[in-house]
Design a protein around this ligand. Structure first.
Ligand code: ADP
Ligand code: MG
Length: 578
């Protein structure tokens, strides 16, 4: 058995040798309170740090039984422990030589609570943390003494202070567990009651800044207040009765003056597809898990998407039943985003005027009079939302301060004033009947069938000259896949680097296991989702690196659809759907 004593002897023995001598650390070392697994040793002190795992048995982790009783609870606890590990490591870490010597780092969750692989809490209370350490060097030589300090002092200190229930605090752990369970229960109510989203009274929606996702604190933060008319109550397993605003399925508009909180509300709804940690302010803001944010993204590529429901004959006669371009316009990109989202299974679409193409959203009476229909390929969304809702059951939440024409097609209208919502549906009906727009509805035809797309596997190539598969993420919105870099900054519901990396590995899995030229995009997305549901995120990377987080079919589709080499073959769908 490799004990701490043999570890110390080993490190003393290689002191002063070339850095490669560290390779002998690979394997499992038994510490008094945990097992340390060294999975991969870095090649030199400046390279990516070494990958290790610690596994704490239930006796040492000391989690109370009631925080382990459901998957939701365990995920809430795991996310908290990963954050604590990160905070403690940052505090405790000591620089112990050249390059990355002494480093201790873990992939840290943000405000969202996702299934992730950095810290895993098992059903019986085992806690596993996967992280990276920088093995100490002097120049490029092994520094035995510093290495002993790192692995026998620094690492155990971080582990003991952040992964053991006694030092984290049972109360805190329980709060994170039950908050997460309540959020899942609340989201489960949405389908049962035919709601798109639920926003609890008192929720804090505003964020600290555009680059800081933590809640805005202090007197300036106006808590959410439920408007009469849209009030609902839900019974939660832990928190008891929660009151809030329920947005019914159908077509909902969020209107109001500029700077009155419309986009902030929509943003909270968009993030409500995920749970939020205790203290975030959005713990009880939940949304249809299959809601997708749609925005214009001019310049993106599009591969064979059937946008004919929105865009007719283009100036140079391009086929809009299988529309491809390396450089989409605002309106064609937004049309493609809607069809791609539906293909990935979206049942609610979220749109903000701030990030939409005006000519895709609306054409008013005067523009209809000036530009004849024959010269305008776009059928604006306003003429499509009713049929998408009525024939396909797709709900909309649309932020729109600038065009009252949409009042004609809305089921529910919420007005934001000084960050407080009110239900103005009745007023909106009255205004709509008193002031007819005089615009003509365009092409109220069927929208039931979209063409099926089948990806050509050779167009999805993860390899480079050096490697069979190269998947990397530098920043949250930039995914390296083979020789391509997929730009994801318009994908609003990607929330962490770990999620983007998991999407990249999901794309690799899709390519190697399921793309055969015959399977459709939606079939492939479903197959990947099934694999992860059944076998977990480790199925995406058997090296157990600890840098992956859960994603939805929509995010996987978003990456595939933005891969510039993607080619598809498209055929008429046999039946309604894709
Ligand atoms: P709109 O879309 O209506 O123009 P935004 O949602 O962009 O308005 O909000 C404008 C500003 O007000 C933003 O800086 C936002 O962070 C802030 N804000 C939004 N909601 C609240 C709130 N409930 N409390 C405090 N500040 C808020
Ligand atoms: Mg706005």
């Amino acid at each position: 058995m490799n004990t701490v004593d043999t570890l110390v002897d080993f490190l003393n023995g290689i002191d002063g040798q070339g850095y490669k001598a560290y390779k002998g650390l690979r394997g499992t070392w038994a510490f008094p309170d945990f097992a340390l697994h060294v999975d991969h040793v870095q090649g030199d002190p400046f390279a990516a740090p070494s990958r290790v795992r610690v596994i704490l048995p239930p006796e040492t982790a000391a989690l109370e039984g009631d925080v382990l009783t459901s998957r939701s609870r365990r995920l809430g606890v795991a996310s908290l422990l990963a954050k604590r590990f990160n905070e403690t490591a940052r505090r405790t870490m000591v620089r112990r030589g050249s390059g990355k010597s002494g480093l201790i780092e873990i992939e840290t969750p943000g405000q969202e609570v996702l299934a992730q692989t950095a810290v895993i809490v098992g059903e019986h209370g085992t806690v596993e943390a996967r992280f990276r350490i920088g093995l100490p060097a002097q120049g490029r030589r092994v520094c035995g003494r510093a290495a002993i300090a790192l692995v026998t002092t620094d690492v155990p200190a971080v582990v003991n202070q952040s992964l053991r229930a006694g030092s984290v605090g049972h109360q805190d752990i329980r709060q994170h567990a039950t908050t997460n369970e309540d959020a899942d229960a609340l989201r489960a109510e949405l389908a049962a009651r035919s709601w798109v989203a639920f926003i609890a009274d008192g929720a804090k929606l505003a964020r600290r800044s555009g680059v800081d996702d933590r809640p805005l604190l202090g007197d300036t933060a106006v808590p959410f207040s439920t408007p009469a008319g849209l009030t609902a109550e839900v019974e939660l397993p832990n928190a008891g009765t929660v009151r809030g605003m329920a947005i019914p399925r159908g077509v909902t508009l969020i209107v109001g003056g500029g700077y009155h909180g419309k986009s902030t509300l929509l943003r909270a709804i968009e993030r409500g597809v995920y749970n939020h940690c205790y203290g975030d302010g959005r713990e009880c803001v939940v949304t249809d898990p299959s809601a997708a944010t749609i925005r214009a993204e001019d310049g993106r590529s599009v591969a064979g998407v059937d946008i004919s429901a929105f865009i007719g004959t283009l100036p140079q006669g391009q086929d809009t039943k299988a529309f491809s371009t390396p450089n989409a316009s605002g309106s064609t990109s937004q049309a493609a985003a809607i069809v791609e989202a539906l293909e990935a299974g979206a049942t609610s679409l979220l749109i903000d005027e701030d990030t939409a193409a005006t000519n895709f959203m609306i054409r008013d009476r005067r523009m209809q009079a000036l530009i004849p229909k024959e010269e305008e390929p776009i059928t604006p969304l306003i003429d499509r939302v009713r049929s998408l809702w009525e024939t396909r059951g797709v709900s909309f939440v649309i932020v729109l301060g600038g065009s009252g024409d949409y009042l004609d097609v809305a089921d529910t209208v919420v007005a934001m004033k000084e960050f407080r919502p009110s239900d103005v549906t009745a007023d909106a009906r009255r205004v709509a009947s008193e002031l007819p727009t005089g615009r003509k509805e365009e092409e109220p035809g069927s929208i039931e069938v979209f063409r099926t797309r089948r990806p050509d596997p050779t167009s999805v190539d993860p390899s480079t000259a050096k490697r069979e598969a190269e998947i990397k993420v530098f920043k949250k919105h930039s995914l390296v896949f083979g020789n391509e870099t997929i730009a994801l900054s318009a994908v609003a519901q990607l929330v962490s680097r770990a999620q983007t990396l998991a999407v990249g590995r999901g794309l690799l899995l899709a390519r190697t296991r399921f793309m055969d030229g015959r399977r459709s995009v939606s079939e492939i997305l479903n197959l990947v989702t099934e694999v992860i549901e059944k076998d977990g995120l480790d199925e995406l990377d058997d090296r157990k690196v600890g840098d992956l987080a859960h994603f939805r079919p929509m995010e996987l589709a978003a990456a595939l659809n933005r891969l510039r080499t993607l080619e598809v073959c498209s055929t008429e769908a046999a039946e309604a759907g894709f």
